[in-house]
Ligand binder design. Structure first.
Ligand SMILES: Nc1nc2c(ncn2[C@@H]2O[C@H](COP(=O)(O)OP(=O)(O)OP(=O)(O)O)[C@@H](O)[C@H]2O)c(=O)[nH]1
Ligand SMILES: [Mg+2]
Length: 459
């Protein structure tokens, strides 16, 4: 794109922002929390599912003022969110979930509607809202907290984490390898060998249910950075990091470069200018994984959420310092439990987020919490047990076996360690329901999601 058209496009974005016709939606969540499924569903609902029977709570649709959504053009150099490929996965027989995200990508939507009242309703046949959504590998999100600490502090933090029950045994071999290392050898070969060992450990953690905090994220999903020297990065033992040696100096340098040249630009490009945010949390998988997983999930969310700016967006703010004015906390995959458990799931999510929510910065933003399924993969009903109706779910498990069962209750408060020693949660995963292209995707509460995120902008 030429300099002139780039400036023109940025100008259009600024004007749109000033007049509130441009909205950047941030979809935030750890790897596997359901970001890609959420974006796929949201876009599909806005472009093909826009009827009142499918989205009864979305007022612009219910009031028959929604004229439709279409994918807008975007810069050719910007990777595009693979909407069509994701929908193809879901339309396959048997259907499969869209793959995990390996690179960042973006989608622009143009929503057309009739204004409900005021000057715009009288003067214009229709109004438009541009919606921009970005997707990225969840692993990268966990790098944001690294910006706030030094290399030595990161080593301290990492080894405290690796001492936890669900990690300790796995970290032992790498710990021993480090303990025997020559701290004066900062050669390429030594660095690469240790990085490879750490990378292996990170992959093991990544496959451990409930081990969320794996840094640096690019070591797991390097994207375009594969082979870059600053990815030679691992945490020395804290007492080693505190010494001024060739190895600790080199690693501190790589850490600095990683923060400066990878995390900061990623943050500035994709997160610093968000208007609204959805934070997806997969509470049910954490419950399945046990107490240590729940605490680590809470810690990860607290660290991540410190990186965002919240507050009302006045005109000047909107132009020069966009702030997030609405945040939706969504417990994802609510179709893994029966509907009467959704209330408890929402309460559990609120408890999990209690610390970040208490933080004063949120008080300036409007927040809401709900249990949702971006793509519903089960249907709910009742079976008679000893003459009494008992709620149940039916669906197909990942191996293709049909199941009808009661998945169990969701605790409405954060369970303590003793509950996990007495009880094993086991909320199962489902294969997506059979679906035909151009039909609305089945969901739970995506109409509430759309109303909360976009309702006021489409009035
Ligand atoms: N039943 C059900 N499962 C879901 C839903 N959304 C996501 N899933 C499951 O969760 C898995 C991960 O979802 P993704 O959307 O790929 O998660 P992500 O946050 O994009 O993950 P990364 O790309 O790795 O960061 C899917 O493969 C599904 O198995 C949902 O609404 N209902
Ligand atoms: Mg994804």
């Amino acid at each position: 794109m030429s300099f002139f058209s780039k400036v023109q496009q940025q100008g259009r974005e600024l004007t749109g922002r000033a007049f509130n016709r441009h909205l950047r939606l941030g979809v935030t969540g750890l790897s596997g929390s359901g970001k890609t499924a959420f974006i796929t569903s949201l876009v599909q609902q806005l472009t093909q599912g826009d009827n009142a029977a499918n989205l009864p709570f979305f007022s612009v649709v219910r009031e028959q003022r929604y004229l439709g959504g279409r994918l807008a053009e975007q810069r050719l150099a910007v990777p595009r969110f693979p909407l069509e490929q994701n929908l193809q996965c879901l339309a396959q027989q048997p259907p499969v979930w869209p793959p995990s995200t390996r690179l960042w990508c973006q989608l622009n939507l143009q929503l057309r509607y009739k204004a409900s009242a005021g000057l715009r309703a009288q003067l214009q046949t229709h109004s438009e809202l541009a919606l921009q959504i970005v997707d990225y590998p969840g692993e990268w999100l966990l790098d944001l907290p690294m910006l706030d600490i030094s290399y030595a502090n990161w080593c301290e933090f990492s080894w405290q984490l690796f001492a936890k029950d669900h990690r300790q045994a796995k970290a032992e071999a790498f710990k021993q390898q480090l303990a025997a290392v020559n701290l004066h050898d900062d050669s390429e070969l030594a660095l690469q060998q240790l990085t490879d060992a750490y990378k292996q450990l990170l992959s093991q953690f990544h496959q451990t249910a409930g081990a969320y905090l794996n840094q640096p994220g690019r070591l797991l999903v390097p994207g375009e950075l594969a082979g870059a020297p600053m990815l030679q990065l691992f945490p020395l033992l804290p007492e080693q990091a505190a010494q001024d040696t060739a190895l600790s100096r080199k690693l501190a340098q790589h850490y600095q470069s990683y923060c400066q040249h990878v995390i900061k630009p990623f943050y500035q490009q994709h997160f610093a200018a968000l208007d609204r945010q959805v934070i997806l949390v997969d509470c049910l998988s954490a419950l399945n994984a046990g107490y240590a997983a729940m605490t680590e999930l809470q810690q990860a969310l607290r660290l991540i959420l410190q990186s965002f700016h919240y507050g009302p967006s006045g005109l000047l703010n909107r132009l020069f310092k966009p702030r997030i004015d609405k945040v939706l906390f969504a417990a994802s995959k609510a179709d893994h439990v029966t509907p009467e458990q959704h209330k408890a799931l929402t309460l559990l999510l609120q408890q999990l987020l209690q610390q970040p929510l208490k933080h004063s910065q949120y008080q300036a933003a409007t927040t809401e919490a709900m249990a949702i399924a971006a793509i519903r993969a089960s249907s709910s009903g009742f079976v008679q047990v000893e003459g009494l109706p008992q709620p149940c779910l039916s669906g197909t498990d990942v191996e293709g076996k049909a199941m009808t069962y009661f998945p169990g209750e969701v605790p409405a408060t954060l369970p303590d360690a003793s509950l996990f020693s007495r009880h094993q949660f086991s909320f199962a995963n489902f294969r997506p329901l059979p679906w035909q292209e151009h039909q609305p995707l089945p969901h739970v509460r995506m109409d509430h999601v759309l109303q909360f995120l976009l309702g006021d902008k489409l009035r």
